[in-house]
Write a protein that binds this ligand. Structure first.
Ligand code: ADP
Ligand SMILES: CCCC(=O)OP(=O)(O)O
Length: 365
């Protein structure tokens, strides 16, 4: 039986696609989409045909015979809260993603693209560890008002993959460790992994946690409410203020941390103040995450694109190394994590979960 897996990761500014034979990457492409290119589309879902076309170009240019594929796997987007695992793409999932009833993010396209290509190829379509993986401790869900409940929305795919790989490198089981993982990318999520479950994490899209290159993070609630009322902002404008046009973009007009560091080197004091404040805020959320395990943290892992920065990781390490040793694991390997998830199912190691049969709350604990 074929072990060929096509993995698709639609991000806010790119579509990453790889062909795997088992766990060996055979071909890969990172297709960047400029802001101008994407501005033609009103919503993320409207980008479907455009991104599908780009993936088909990848398939053709690499002479991939799609009838030989065992599976196509996409990053999972805004669904109802579900447990970690590999899920079969089904009709209910596609409807929830298309309608954006739980939220909108480029990852909503992952299952839609995988499903469309899998139909043509006549193979299985999966998602793995979508952004709504929810393993929160019941205490972590409660906010200061009953109308508002915390949601688990984070870089679950990369956080889980990095944590498991790190545990393996230490010859330990992920399920035996307490880890804090900070995914430092365009969005930032800081998760407390207690013995294999992410019991505490900030909602990385919806105005919670540290601010990031393109997200506002937690804002002063009263001022925020007054601000949107005074400016009479629409739902779309509010969403953009929180994700896309917040953080470094709002303060400094760029989402590129390398550009900010160039400005700092050139003596730009405002850039330094804002960038240092972002680092300080990440440190505060790491310290807060340690509370969830009474400070018994084995390691703090820094991952994502920003973890390539020596400036940032040195400052962050200075702030938080009193909690636990800090390990820097820059970048992300989400395509490999997707392929691993699909392979576990097609090799019979794991049974694919059904989204349609899940009654959210009951299955979470
Ligand atoms: N070598 C580097 N030094 C500093 N920042 C970097 C470096 N490489 C990437 N970045 C920054 O990381 C951020 C993107 O992280 P990434 O994890 O790729 O994002 P996403 O969450 O969109 O996948 C950008 O702000 C980018 O400028
Ligand atoms: C946490 C939701 C997913 C997310 O924010 O991903 P990006 O940082 O890649 O946009």
């Amino acid at each position: 039986m074929s072990n060929l897996i096509l993995a698709i990761n639609p991000g806010s500014t790119s579509t990453k696609v790889s062909l795997y034979n088992g766990l060996e990457e055979v071909a890969s492409r990172n297709i960047s989409h400029s802001a101008e290119e994407l501005s033609k589309y009103f919503s993320v879902i409207d980008q479907f045909e455009f991104r599908l076309g780009k993936i088909k170009e990848f398939i053709v240019s690499n002479n991939i015979d799609t009838t030989t594929l065992a599976a196509i796997v996409g990053r999972g987007g805004f669904l109802r809260p579900i447990i970690s695992g590999t899920y079969l793409v089904d009709e209910e999932m596609l409807q929830d993603l298309k309608s954006c009833r739980y939220g909108s993010h480029a990852s909503n396209l992952g299952a839609l693209l995988a499903n469309s290509l899998a139909k043509e190829a006549n193979c299985a379509a999966f998602i793995v560890d979508p952004i709504v993986v929810d393993e929160l401790d019941p205490l972590a869900r409660i906010t200061g008002h009953p109308d508002l409940q915390k949601r688990s929305v984070f870089h679950a795919l990369n956080q889980k993959a990095v944590a498991k790989r790190f545990a393996q490198s230490k010859k330990m089981l992920y399920e035996d460790m307490n880890l804090i993982v900070a995914h430092l990318g365009g969005g930032i999520s800081v998760g407390c992994h207690r013995r294999g479950r992410v019991i505490e994490v900030n909602n990385a899209v919806d105005g919670a946690g540290p601010f990031s290159p393109e997200r506002s993070g937690t804002l002063p609630a009263g001022q925020f409410a007054n601000n949107i009322a005074t400016r009479n902002l629409s739902d779309d404008q509010i969403a953009k203020m929180l994700a896309g046009r917040g953080g470094l973009v709002a303060h400094l007009g760029t989402n590129d941390a390398r550009e900010v560091e160039r400005r700092i080197t050139a003596g730009d004091n405002q850039a330094k103040l804002v960038y240092d404040a972002m680092i300080y805020n990440v440190a505060r959320y790491i310290a807060a995450a340690a509370v969830a395990v009474q400070g018994k943290v084995d390691y703090i892992l820094l991952t994502g694109g920003l973890a390539y920065s020596k400036y940032l990781t040195e400052k962050l390490t200075d702030y938080v190394s009193f909690i636990a040793p800090v390990q820097i694991l820059p970048g992300e390997d989400e395509l490999r994590a997707l392929a691993e998830g699909a392979l576990r199912v097609i090799s019979g190691q794991e049974k694919a979960k059904q989204y349609g049969s899940i009654t959210s709350k009951k299955d979470l604990h």
